[in-house]
Design a protein around this ligand. Structure first.
Ligand code: HSE
Length: 433
């Protein structure tokens, strides 16, 4: 049977998983594909390190250049991690005419435009299903299954670590630090979980999805990103009383007016408890994609881990192998000019949750309401837990307002003499069809 030669760069958790499952399901894959996916060479940082997987049939090298110059390697799989070294490897691979498979979301978010420009110029495709939501085939869905749709919106829980933390805060009442510690002890969070909790891991994925959906590579500086570090069990409790759950949500939308301007944001978000995303718990990921032809769709699964991510890489390998023999127009990203720019944060319209610590004195509520009214911001509901006679908390749900309006409102409210500290602001999302 014909063999397709693969050069595997990076042999960590995912690389090993790809290698193991390619061997384990070799027969199934060969039957389905009509050729064999054969790992010819593996590049690692330290070739002498002992490993739990038997690689005696494959030369292991400490230099990824060996994969590029091997004439029997047709597809390079980049699973090294980091940004600069993978960028060099992928650039070299494309220049050498070798198809690329990568799961590197941070690299694509930062350098996607230049890499896809190069891929298109050299007519060498890049596949990257593993970069977003692990085992969920969302890249294929957005790029191929929904090719006949304008994507109206994507709402995604696309970081498992933060979803685990928020789930534990919601269900067990843990505070943020304890829930994070638990996620680390369970092996879900990295020892340095910065990119998870500050929202940027999810933002990298949102950038990739939005770029595919709207045909312009989104610049990271145009994305509003807020992490979950400041979410408190107290806010989760108030959200519950109001009928909401708090999730770190990636939100991607395009206006359906003539401007077709785009919104890409990632932030802790109150979502109605009855919405399907509210019941996506633990480390699971889920995405709702709304297309103008297909309507609403839902994808659910594991967004990380050795096996789900290996499943995505193997699917890319199969497609990459087929692509070796076929003429393509799309080399991973197909730019077009049908959508407008990313909206500046100040122009983005949404609803808000506002918690304000105040002195428990007559007239304070009226002062706060006065500030909001003067800025034309409506209140949709309000709760105030029974106070101790000294201090109180006002929890307000606000109607649609721009970020600029709300920023001004918070500045004015914070300056009121009866306001005891900085208000807490969270965004609210309702899912209009
Ligand atoms: N750390 C990510 C998560 C997976 O927790 O979902 C890799 O993007």
């Amino acid at each position: 049977m014909k063999q397709i030669g693969i050069g595997l760069a990076g042999f960590g958790t995912v690389g090993m998983g790809v290698f193991r499952h390619l061997s384990r399901n070799r027969n199934l894959l060969s039957q389905r594909l009509g050729f064999e996916l054969w790992v010819r060479r593996i590049a690692v940082l330290d070739p002498n390190k002992s490993r739990s997987v038997d690689t005696s049939a494959q030369p292991v090298t400490g230099n990824w250049e060996d994969l590029i110059v091997d004439p029997g390697v047709q597809i390079i799989v980049e699973l090294m991690g980091g940004i600069e070294e993978p960028l060099r490897l992928i650039t070299r691979a494309i220049e050498a005419g070798k198809t690329v498979v990568t799961g590197n979301k941070a690299l694509l978010a930062k350098h996607g435009k230049e890499l896809f420009d190069l891929a298109t110029a050299k007519q060498v495709p890049i596949f990257f299903e593993a970069a977003v939501a692990g085992g969920i085939p969302i890249i294929k869905a957005v790029r191929e299954s929904f090719i006949g749709n304008h994507i109206k919106s994507v709402h995604g829980i696309i970081n498992g670590t933060t979803n685990y933390i928020l789930t534990r805060m919601t269900e067990a009442g843990l505070d943020y630090a304890h829930a994070l510690g638990e996620a680390q002890a369970q092996g879900y969070a990295e020892s340095d979980p910065t990119l998870d909790v500050n929202g940027w891991d999810a933002a990298h994925k949102a950038i990739i999805l939005a770029s595919l959906a709207y045909g312009t590579w989104i610049c990271p500086s145009k994305v509003f990103v807020e992490g979950i570090e400041k979410v408190t069990a107290r806010d989760i409790g108030f959200a519950k009383m109001l009928g909401y759950r708090i999730k770190l949500l990636g939100i991607i939308k395009a206006d359906d007016d003539g401007s077709r301007s785009i919104e890409v944001r990632v932030h802790p978000t109150l979502i109605p408890e009855k919405h399907v995303l509210a019941s996506v718990n633990g480390v699971f990921n889920a995405l709702c994609v709304n297309g103008d032809v297909v309507g609403e769709t839902l994808f659910y699964g594991r967004g990380a881990g050795q096996d789900p991510t290996a499943s995505a890489v193997i699917a890319d390998l199969a497609e990459a192998a087929h692509a070796l023999d076929s003429k393509r127009r799309d080399f991973g990203f197909m730019p077009h000019g049908l959508y407008g720019d990313c909206k500046p944060l100040d122009e983005i319209l949404c609803q808000y949750y506002l918690r304000i610590p105040v002195d428990d004195k007559p007239g304070v509520l009226a002062q706060v309401a006065g500030v909001l009214g003067a800025l034309n911001i409506g209140i949709s509901s309000m709760i105030q837990p029974e106070s101790d006679g000294q201090s109180a908390e006002l929890i307000l749900m606000l109607h649609d307002a721009t970020h600029a309006q709300v920023r001004e409102a918070i500045a004015r409210i914070t300056a009121l003499p009866s306001v005891e500290g900085a208000p807490t602001l969270l965004r609210v999302e309702h899912f209009t069809p």
